[in-house]
Design a protein around this ligand. Structure first.
Ligand code: IVH
Length: 706
């Protein structure tokens, strides 16, 4: 690009040529930046080219191209979508893979509600659409915004794009003042094929399946592009609402239809589990002809009052389940087996496969779980795959179920190469220079090298910035790897000292590094600063402690409420001590998890690192649910004896929903003991500690107050 000749000295011909060239470069860079998230030039160069383009246009207005880069939207550095908090969390669903799972699910519900197992229970069934969920909010009948699921709590504002979907009305009549409709955005098969044809002709990247195409289209920053991509929407649920749509799921879905939404024509109601499963089989049969992708059926309790009573577990409702269609399978050759060091030190074997298409997605890696799985035995020493082992060179069957990592399910011995040899896990570790050990009774080999493995360190960092943890915009896998390679970020603490070490005024500066400019560097520093405040549960999860997922992090946060309480307790909680017993007493935290939670706090080096990190942050106290109007938020409750009006499971769920902690035994920290009939020694203990004691009737009126 001849940037050297000043604009003042350009001839008209030169200017014409240069405007054309600039248009090409700027358009390419816009596409790379906005559509592919892969900037191909740094911000400073981009700005300089754009300024030059503008200058030339000012000097030769007659040469301005109809699609001038100067007028293009999206030319500003990407700000991304506005984030919007869901007023009611968007959940996922539990899975059933066979009829037995479905039976168990229905029985579980009946037990929870104390309905005799032989009694009928109305349930509805409808296809599980393979798309992306979207929440569309209407105020006084007008569409005000549409938000993607995101992490379930905060999603992205895609209102402009959602408005271009024909199945989503802009105005609805006679609607409640507030109505949030939820459903699935998807792309039909014929639209998908047409889109990929277009992409191919215009030399753009192809989409691997309709779901990815729908996601890419809905998450377009340029709403004009979304408009050209025919998306569809099925409504199947609702979020915040000022008055109910009906008494049952069926009535409510019919009401959504009356408002002008598309609802799935295969929605049916059944009184028995057999009915549900028969419908499942029917839909599975016509699945290839539906014209859109589905990956199973969703069953829901029809009666909304019962749904309310059943409530939710941490990420999914108790009143619904997804019955998945069997996974799609394919045969391919196993080229190699690699060992991966996981974030928690587990050494996992990974199959490197000759690429093969499984259910529309190209698969070239699959998990092999552990050493025994490769040998053909399970954790109890029983044969799997009839005891067939897996060898490099074998033809293996791979399958994908949902979004999960592909797995290897079978081996074709008739095609086994004659010179193949059994896979030797230890030998492979030695060849790779990985130190590992496998403890008695543990199926997994674990990293035992003295040097912290770089792979582990990177995985810890990736986990730390992931969406459910710190969720730092602009600091994804690619950037983490880039900074790690330079030695700029090797532990989480380095993220928060990055600006001091590599911001303006320092000898080495981020903005001078390839791929970064003044603007992008300062954006990154800003987004890091924005995340210095973090809720306790997210912080605990971010630490990446083995066995501690999002749900357990929440349990811990709900128990200890503040960071100070939490660390103090973890430092003191050596096995057998009182804080240790208190930790074990948390419902949902067992021995194994408790041991791994205290570990980093009882190791001086790790504790110092955590403390230094916390010095850079403000860890916010755990926010209690419904604090304002729940009389039992933050209290510790113990149930004893038999309750007549609800099962123990329901009582526990109700208490937790109101922000209380439920414990199994009475201690001086217990606030309320709820004693059903036949309660015994716990009453005595509670009165010794001066704990408030309630009977079932008191308990019911207490929860009905709220
Ligand atoms: S009901 C409280 N019904 O599946 C959750 N979900 O794997 C209510 N999905 O996040 C969800 N089709 O995006 C429901 N007919 C259907 C569905 C459906 C697709 C999606 C939804 C959900 C995911 C869970």
């Amino acid at each position: 690009m001849p940037l050297n000749k000043s604009v003042e000295n350009l001839s008209e011909d030169e200017a014409r040529g240069e405007l054309r060239r600039l248009a090409k470069v700027l358009t390419n860079s816009n596409v790379a930046y906005h559509s592919e998230d892969k900037p191909n030039i740094d911000d400073a160069t981009y700005d300089a080219l754009k300024r030059r383009n503008q200058k030339i246009e000012l000097r030769f207005p007659q040469l301005k191209l109809p699609k001038s880069a100067t007028d293009q939207i999206g030319a500003q550095p990407k700000e991304g979508f506005q984030k919007i908090q869901h007023t009611i969390k968007m959940l996922s669903l539990g899975n059933a893979f066979n009829q037995e799972d479905v039976n168990d699910f229905v029985i579980r519900i009946k037990k929870f509600l104390s309905i005799p197992v032989a009694h009928p229970l109305s349930m509805v069934a409808e296809p599980k659409i393979d798309g992306l969920s979207l929440a569309v909010r209407y105020e006084k009948g007008k569409l005000v915004h549409a938000v993607t699921r995101g992490d379930g709590e905060i999603g992205e504002d895609v209102t402009a794009n959602a408005k271009s979907i024909d199945d989503i009305p802009i105005t609805i009549f006679d609607a409640p003042d507030l109505l949030e409709v939820r459903g699935e955005v998807y792309m039909g098969h014929s639209e998908f094929t047409a889109l990929n044809d277009f992409q191919l002709n215009s030399k753009q990247k192809l989409f691997s399946n309709p779901r990815n195409a729908a996601a890419g289209s809905l998450r377009q920053l340029d709403a004009r592009i979304t408009r050209d991509r025919p998306l569809k929407f099925y409504a199947y649920a609702w979020g915040s609402i000022s008055s109910p749509l009906g008494r049952t799921q069926t009535e409510s879905v019919n009401q959504l239809k009356k408002f002008g939404f598309s609802v799935n024509p295969l929605f049916r109601r059944f009184e028995t589990t057999d009915g549900l499963v028969e419908h499942y089989k029917y839909v599975e049969k016509i699945r290839p002809d539906l014209g859109y992708d589905i990956d199973g059926m969703v069953y829901k309790v029809d009666d909304l009052a019962l749904q309310e009573r059943l409530g939710f577990r941490s990420t999914a409702p108790r009143w619904a389940i997804a019955h998945k269609f069997p996974a799609e399978m394919a045969w391919t050759q196993l080229i190699d087996i690699d060992i991966q060091v996981g974030r928690t030190g587990a050494l996992s074997p990974v199959a490197r496969l000759k690429p093969v298409t499984v259910g529309g997605v190209v698969v070239s890696n699959a998990t092999l779980h552990n050493e025994d799985y490769i040998r053909g035995v399970d954790s109890k020493g029983h044969k799997i795959r009839d005891g067939k082992d897996i060898r490099i060179g074998d033809y293996v069957q791979v399958y994908r179920a949902g979004d999960v990592i592909p797995k290897v399910s079978d081996v074709d011995l008739s095609r086994r190469p004659k010179d193949s040899i059994p896979f030797d896990f230890l030998k492979k570790l030695e060849a790779e220079g990985i130190e590992g050990h496998r403890a008695d009774g543990d199926a997994v080999w674990r990293y035992s090298g003295k040097q912290p493995s770089p792979y582990l360190a990177i995985e810890t960092l990736k986990h730390f910035v992931s969406r459910q943890a710190f969720d730092i915009e602009g600091l994804g896998t690619k950037q983490i790897e880039q900074f790690f390679d330079r030695g700029w970020i090797t532990i989480p603490l380095d993220i928060f000292t990055l600006k001091n070490k590599y911001g303006s005024g320092q000898a080495l500066q981020l903005k001078n590094i390839e791929g970064w400019g003044t603007k992008s560097a300062s954006n990154l520093f800003d987004s890091i600063d924005q995340k210095r405040e973090i809720p306790l549960n997210r912080f605990i999860f971010a630490l990446g402690i083995r066995h501690v997922g999002e749900g357990s992090a929440k349990l811990l946060a709900a128990q200890f409420l503040t960071w100070n309480n939490f660390t103090r307790a973890m430092v003191e909680a050596v096995p057998e001590s009182e804080p240790w017993e208190a930790l074990l007493n948390i419902d949902g935290i067992g021995d194994v998890m408790a041991k791994s939670v205290i570990e980093p706090f009882q190791d001086v080096a790790q504790l110092n690192e955590i403390n230094a990190l916390v010095d850079q942050l403000v860890v916010l106290p755990f926010e209690q649910i419904n604090k304002a109007n729940s009389p039992i938020a933050g209290q510790t409750i113990v149930f004893t004896g038999t309750l007549e009006k609800m099962t123990r499971a329901e009582a526990k769920a109700r208490a937790e929903r109101l922000g209380a902690k439920v414990s199994g035994s009475v201690s001086p920290k217990t606030n309320i003991l709820i004693a059903g009939s036949g309660a015994g020694s716990k009453i005595k203990k509670a009165s010794e500690f001066g704990v408030r004691i309630m009977d079932e009737e008191d308990w019911i009126s207490l929860i009905e107050e709220t």
